[in-house]
Design a protein. Sequence first.
Length: 143
Amino acid sequence: MKNLVALFLALCITAFAHAAPDEERYLLTVANLQKINAVKADLEKAKVRLDDDDDGDGKDGGKSAAQLARELDANPKVKAVLARHGLSSMDAALSMNAIVTAGIYLMFESSMDKKKAAALYASYPKERQANIELLRKNQRLLK
């Protein structure tokens, strides 16, 4: 019986681990960018402010998508705005994290040595590379 329980727990943990989204491989779309911008505009209009990454500890927050999604879910106004635009809290969190990570590369790319920038770009998963290119081509959507 103990072995059966252990096997069941191992299967549950494995299933959960595989069900968790891989933030490094989240692929943005123009529709994601448009929805995030619409959510941002609605939240600004409603004077709802999202908690920023600075939690007062002097470090850049670096929240995971799961942490950010929980924070979004905890705010009923935010959750309603996301729903109105067809986004789950996890989709919004993954989109925001993907925008930030791709945006950071674009922000520093011109100040980096060209070979080092190319090597860094090549080290990224293909999805992050695609996100960088999407943001590069759609800068008008970054508000």
